[in-house]
Write a protein that binds this ligand. Sequence first.
Ligand code: ZN
Length: 83
Amino acid sequence: MILGGEPSERYNCSRASCDAVATAALAWRNPKIHAESRRKIWLACADHADYLTEFLRARSFPVETMTLDEFLESPLHENGSPE
Ligand SMILES: [Zn+2]
């Protein structure tokens, strides 16, 4: 997955084996290994946004969800770490 590039670029779901178009972005971090200001970004399609959010919450990782449009307009788009 590559972030950046043309706005019309297709963004795919981060869920393994899913290549549906992403409609949401999850900004999260693992407090044990990531600094306070660090954010990892996962993209999610409509089917997997809840799944991925629950996956992170189950591990007690702080997670913020936003729409893909919100993500692309946010500083996280520039500063986040694609995963
Ligand atoms: Zn998906």
